[in-house]
Design a protein around this ligand. Structure first.
Ligand code: PMP
Ligand code: GLU
Length: 388
């Protein structure tokens, strides 16, 4: 018996796969500095946990409406609208089991088999497979070296075909930390308008903005063609609660809800109650303290990496990743994957190779770690490079 073509063409998640290897190494007693998975190391704040516990104890343990409880849809609409300076209606919101499910449903709702989706590289690991699940084709566009991975309409233009259905924007970006400013976003919106494309705007790192401010295609005239994706995982330190959302035109949200009605029913009811508390207080002191800690870690990580000669890092304006060019240290023909494996084997430092993001030669470091670990990990990397 054979698995479907659909499943045979998708790869396991590189980031989650690596995380599983690290858990195993740790269980075997190895001391690992884990710069691999992108997950806040902070516990979910008390006020969000308490809302989850109250939901269980108050008997909120049954199905909810497929797109989420009316209260949560309203609260997410208010939260998303307030952060971006627009009015959002609850009918424009669907609550999903994480941003991953929201993205997958969006591609399934927007793409017909054979459609194409423009995907700027480096890209987050799961986009190509989520697009392929919808039997569409990810069209990877890597900006030329001198543009430092900042995508513009000029880079995208030659890749547009009659089958192009959408464009992915992920700002702040995983893996580069790039944050597009309002002007860059406006240019991408004009491009999408000229070719009548959907914009899938993944804004899951919305609170991790360290220089400049968040600009969203949902704020201005791009709004009608934008499906905004975000959730609790990063900005609220809630990865395990599996709670995300999509915001966009009610017809798309309705289509995604129909899909969800047959796949997940609704996102976990308890998590929805926790989310209600979270989005009603997005500037809770516990959350602000987490963002401040990340700002400090970013400074330390950048300074320490800057001390290693020969490494070049994309300026990380947001998210919590450093995307670093290791090409000067790779032997001719050496895959970045094997370099990262040797770093893990010999020095116990876990990183994600650029192959996972479509740009070999580069390595992603997640600095969602304590300052002590960041300093130790980067000095182990420096030691490893000395013998190269
Ligand atoms: N988008 C990006 C860019 C991410 O880095 C992640 C990481 N998990 C997700 C989406 C998925 O988030 P979630 O945990 O809400 O499924
Ligand atoms: N998004 C995070 C990462 O890129 C978590 C793992 C995943 O969901 O892929 O590491």
């Amino acid at each position: 018996m054979m698995l479907s073509q659909r499943v045979r063409t998708i790869e396991p998640s590189a980031t989650l796969g690596l995380n599983a290897i690290i858990q195993k190494l740790r269980a075997d007693g190895r001391d690992i500095v884990n710069f691999s998975v992108g997950e806040p190391d902070f516990d979910t704040p008390e006020f969000i946990r308490a809302a989850g516990i109250a939901a269980i104890e108050g008997g909120q343990t049954r199905y909810t409406p497929v797109p989420g409880t009316p209260d949560l849809r309203r609260a997410v609409a208010e939260f998303v609208g307030a952060e971006r300076g627009v009015e959002v209606a609850p009918e424009e919101v669907v609550i999903c089991s994480g941003a991953k499910q929201a993205l997958t449903e969006a591609f399934l709702a927007l793409c017909d088999p054979g459609d194409e989706v423009l995907l700027p590289a480096p890209y987050w690991v799961s986009y190509p497979d989520e697009i392929r699940l919808a039997e569409a084709t990810p069209v990877v566009v890597t900006p030329p070296e001198e543009s430092r991975f900042r995508i513009t309409p000029e880079h995208l233009e030659p890749h547009v075909t009659p089958r192009t259905a959408g464009l992915i924007i992920n700002s702040p970006s995983n893996p580069t930390g790039i944050l597009y400013d309002a002007e860059e976003i406006a240019a991408l919106v004009d491009f999408a308008e000229a070719h009548d494309l959907w914009i899938i705007s993944d804004e899951i790192y919305e609170r991790f903005v360290f220089s400049g401010s968040l600009a969203s295609p949902f704020s201005g005239k791009g709004r009608e063609r934008t499906i905004l994706i975000s959730g609790l995982s990063k900005s609220f330190a809630c990865t395990g609660w599996r709670l995300g959302w999509a915001v966009g035109d009610p017809s798309i949200i309705g289509g995604m809800s129909r899909l969800q009605g047959h796949t997940a029913s609704n996102a976990c009811t308890i998590s929805q109650y926790a989310a209600l508390a979270a989005v009603r207080e997005p500037r809770h002191p516990d959350l602000d303290a987490m963002i401040e800690a990340f700002a400090e870690r970013r400074e330390v990580a950048l300074k320490r990496l800057g001390e290693i000669e020969g490494l070049d890092t994309v300026n990380p304006e947001g998210a919590f990743y450093l995307y670093v060019d290791f090409r000067r240290f790779l032997a001719s023909g050496e895959a970045t994957t094997s370099f990262c494996e040797s770093l893990l084997d010999e020095k116990g430092v876990a990183t994600v190779p650029g192959e996972a993001f479509g740009t070999p030669g580069w390595v992603r470091l997640s600095y969602a770690r304590s300052i002590e670990e960041i300093e130790r990990g980067i000095s182990l990397i420096a030691d490893h490079l000395k013998v190269r």
